[in-house]
Design a protein around this ligand. Structure first.
Ligand code: SF4
Length: 228
C-alpha cells in the first residue's frame, strides 16, 4: 500500500466511531477543488510502510474502534484487500472513502467482509461531472459508468453507506443537488460538505468563495440531506 499520511485519532471521520485515519497516495481524478492535492500523484511513493501504520494502530488500540481508509483514492491500490484483512484481524471496523470509480474493487472488499461502511462521492450532475473531476468529457464517460455501477453495488449489498457532495460554487448548484438526489434515491443517507478554499489543486479555486451557510442550509432542506 502507498500510504502518505495518517491521523492517530479522530471523532469526526467515521460516524459514531472513534477511529484511526489512513491517507493513501494516488488518485485517478483531478478535481480542481481537491483539498488534498499532494495525495493525487500516482507516481509518488508512499511515506509510511504498512508495518509502521499497523504498529501505530496497535498503539491506539484501546482508544479506537475503527479505521478510515481515505485518500487519494484507496481502491486504486491492488493490495487494498490484503491490507484491510490485516486491520480486520485486529477486530476493528473499517470505513472506506471512495470516489466510486472502481466498482470491481468495491464489490471484492464488500463480498469479503473487509469493509463496514462506505462513503462515496457523487460530485455533481452527470452532465457537469467532467468539470468536477478535471478530466475530458470522454474520459469522464467511462468513470461515470463505474460510479453508477458502484452506487448499484452499495444499494444491492447489505452495507451501510452514505453519498456525499462537496458543494463547490459553479460546479454544484441547486439543480445539480436535486438531480443527484433523484439519482441516489430518496432514502439514501446524503451529506453535503462545504467547499474549503484554503488549499485547492487549481489556483483558480483558491479565489472562489464558498456558499454562505444559509444557502447550504436552504439547499440541504430542499433535497433532505444532512450538512457536515
Ligand atoms: S477530491 Fe478528487 S482529486 Fe482529490 S482525492 Fe478526492 S477524488 Fe481525488
Amino acid at each position: 500500500m502507498k500510504i502518505s499520511g495518517y491521523l492517530g485519532f479522530s471523532l469526526i471521520d467515521y460516524p459514531g466511531i472513534p477511529s484511526f485515519v489512513i491517507f493513501t497516495q494516488g488518485c485517478n481524478f483531478k478535481c480542481p477543488f481537491c483539498h488534498n492535492p499532494e495525495l493525487i500523484s500516482q507516481r509518488k511513493k508512499g511515506q509510511y510502510s504498512e508495518e509502521f501504520i499497523l504498529e501505530e494502530i496497535d498503539r491506539r488500540r484501546k482508544l479506537i474502534k475503527g479505521v478510515v481508509i481515505t485518500g487519494g483514492e484507496p481502491t486504486l491500490q491492488e493490495d487494498l484487500p490484503s491490507f484491510l484483512f490485516k486491520i480486520k484481524k485486529k477486530r476493528l471496523l473499517i470505513k472506506l472513502d471512495t470516489n466510486g470509480s472502481n466498482p470491481k474493487m468495491l464489490i471484492e472488499i464488500i463480498k469479503s467482509n473487509l469493509v463496514d461502511y462506505v462513503a462515496m462521492d457523487f460530485k455533481t450532475s452527470p452532465s457537469k461531472y467532467h468539470k468536477a473531476i478535471g478530466l475530458t468529457e470522454n474520459e469522464t464517460k467511462k468513470y461515470l459508468k463505474n460510479i453508477f455501477e458502484s452506487l448499484k453495488i452499495l444499494r444491492e449489498n447489505k452495507i451501510k453507506f452514505e453519498i456525499r457532495t462537496t458543494v463547490v460554487p459553479e460546479i454544484v448548484e441547486e439543480e445539480d443537488l436535486i438531480e443527484i438526489r433523484k439519482i441516489i434515491g430518496e432514502n439514501t443517507l446524503y451529506f453535503l460538505q462545504p467547499f474549503k478554499n484554503d488549499k485547492t489543486l487549481s489556483y483558480e479555486f483558491k479565489n472562489k468563495n464558498p456558499y454562505p451557510e444559509e444557502m447550504l442550509e436552504k439547499y440541504s432542506a430542499t433535497i433532505k440531506s444532512k450538512l457536515r
